[in-house]
Structures are given as C-alpha cells and as structure tokens.
Ligand binder design. Structure first.
Ligand SMILES: [Zn+2]
Ligand SMILES: [Zn+2]
Length: 325
C-alpha cells in the first residue's frame, strides 16, 4: 500500500515537472510576440521550418533522433524557411525555397487563416545548397506552372539558375522572374518591410551566400541559416546582434560530441557551443535575441526537451516551427 502511494506520489511529481517544462517552453516561444500584435496591423515573421538541408527525419538515419518521428508524424520538421508578412497590404515574402515548400505554403495558409495569397509576393534565396533553393522546382511546368513568381537572388545565384537545368527552364518559361539584389543595398518590399542582403562566408561552390537583415516597422531581424564560422565574418556577430531585435542563426550542430569522428576544423558551421562561447560575456538582452535554427537531425535541440530547456535557461531561444516572432 505504502509502495503504491509512493509510486502515485512520484508519478504525480513527474507529471508536474513535465507540465512545468512545457509551460517554460510555451513562455519561451511567446516572449517575443509583440504584445500589440492583436490590436495593430504590424509586420511579423513566421518560422516555417527549422531543420538543416537534409530535413528531419533524415535519409538513411536509423538512430534514436529520426526513429522518434516514425510513430508520430507531428514530430517531423521542415527545412528552414521564414515568412515575412505585411498585414496592411496583405502581402508576404518567403525566405528560402526548400524541398518542403509545398507543406510550408500549406502551413502558412493555415497559420494565417487564408488571409494572404497562396503564393508569396517574392522569394528570397540565400544560396545554392539543396535545402535553400530546390523547392523552386515546384513552381515549374510539371507541378504548379506558376507565372512570374519574383525570386530575389544575388548575381552569381541568378547566373547559376539561368544557366543550369532544370532551373533554366523555370526562367525560360517565365515561371519565375529573377530579381538581382546587391549586398548591403536595401530591397524595399513595402512601406513597412525592407530587406538588406549581407555577404556571409560559406561553401560557395555554385553561388555566393547571403544572410538577410529584415527591417520592419516593428522589429528588425537577422536571418543567417548557413555560415562557415563567425570568426570568418568581417561584420562580427556581436556587432550584427546589436543592429537587430531577433536573430535566426545557424545552429546546425550543438557540439563536437555529436560528430565524434570528424575534425572540428573541417565542419563548415559554427557549433552552438562556439557561438555561446563568443557571446558568453554579453548581456542577457543580447543572448535573448538569438533564435537557433537549421538543426541537423543529430542536434538534440530539435527533439529533446531537457536539452531545449537547458539552452533556454542560459538565455538562448530555440526556433520552433509555426511560431511568430
Ligand atoms: Zn543549409
Ligand atoms: Zn549551405
């Protein structure tokens, strides 16, 4: 009897802890939603995906990380992309055309209750790696057969799309209309949103790599899903964090223990442990701007609650799919 009582008490205690953990997660996710968003029409950003290019679950993975998604579809995550919305003109812009774009357009439609056109007013693309642009194929003749969707890219990326199939067909059939942007020069999207491309160091086989500063009439955002190392960035991470309110940053790998057989120097991403080290002496207000995204399937921040809570405790946020910022 005593044993039974103790078992009940301890399971109640665990239940309370779990509830409290979810409450903390909930607080973490809403803390940056502008309080006035319900009354005023102000621009917002919605996170439509948080996974690295290979997605989650990941091809060929039979480890615990990807097995978690087998019995529960809701634990699957899309590849990183964000939507910037201007509710005054009822337009929106998509950042990255991912392999999950079809699901992400549907997610956007559901989250915004169908108040916006199905297709964005433009798509901004950072670079020519598979998770960032291959969704463009959905706009082509075999799928949507779209007409003149504006695709904002840097000059090398534009050239790559114009001169290589199947992308060149999208250009020739005018499914997409390429708009060449310039680094450090603002693209004005509406009276409330402008986008400034920033050059970032990354494996540039086919194109240069951009990050974006998205300035809105409400908050300013930084979007850098892929970068080699912060130390290689002449702009400086802290400097850029000072310029914005919210920063979506490359969080591909949590630490080197995730990749026991690789030399740390050959990994072309800042480990989250390295990013934390760079920011360790910064104020909490700076750390709290950081929202980690672009998680590799092995990164526990995508699927492990205790790891997520540990990160939030030291002041950082973890990108959550479908959340407004
Ligand atoms: Zn990527
Ligand atoms: Zn990349």
């Amino acid at each position: 009897m005593t044993n039974n009582l103790e078992a009940i008490r301890s399971s109640n205690h665990i239940l309370k802890q779990i509830r409290f953990s979810y409450f903390l997660l909930f607080l973490g996710s809403i803390s940056w939603i502008p309080i006035c968003s319900q009354q005023e029409l102000i621009p917002e950003i919605i996170l439509l995906g948080i996974a690295q290019d290979g997605g989650y679950p990941h091809i060929g993975c039979e480890r615990i990380c990807c097995n978690l998604t087998l019995d529960n579809d809701t634990t699957r995550k899309w590849v990183v992309s964000i939507a910037a919305i201007d509710p005054v003109v009822k337009k929106w812009w998509l950042f990255e055309a991912t392999p999950d774009m079809t699901e992400q357009l549907q997610l956007f439609k559901e989250l915004t209750k169908g108040q916006y056109p199905y297709l964005p007013a433009g798509i901004f693309i950072t670079h020519a790696h598979m998770g960032h642009y291959t969704g463009l194929m959905e706009l082509g003749r075999e799928a949507l057969g779209a007409k003149g969707v504006k695709v904002h890219v840097m000059p090398k990326m534009a050239n790559y799309l114009r001169s290589n199939g199947p992308w060149s067909q999208l250009v020739n059939l005018k499914n997409i209309s390429l708009i060449e942007e310039k680094f450090d020069s603002a693209a004005v999207l509406s009276a409330r949103i402008k986008v400034i491309p920033l050059q970032v160091p990354h494996r540039d086989e086919f194109s240069e790599t951009a990050g974006f500063r998205i300035k809105t009439s409400a908050l300013d955002y930084l979007f850098v899903p892929d970068i080699d190392k912060w130390s290689k960035w002449d702009r400086g991470l802290v400097n850029e964090l000072n310029n914005v309110d919210v920063a979506f940053l490359d969080g591909t790998f949590l630490s080197i223990t995730e990749l026991p057989f690789r030399n740390i120097k050959t990994i072309p991403h800042p480990l989250i442990s390295e990013t934390i080290k760079i920011l360790e002496n910064e104020a909490d207000s700076i750390k709290n701007k950081v929202v980690f995204i672009h998680f590799n399937h092995t990164n526990k921040l995508m699927w492990d609650l205790p790891s997520q809570l540990k990160m939030m405790k030291i002041g950082y946020r973890i990108g959550r799919q479908g959340i407004r910022y």
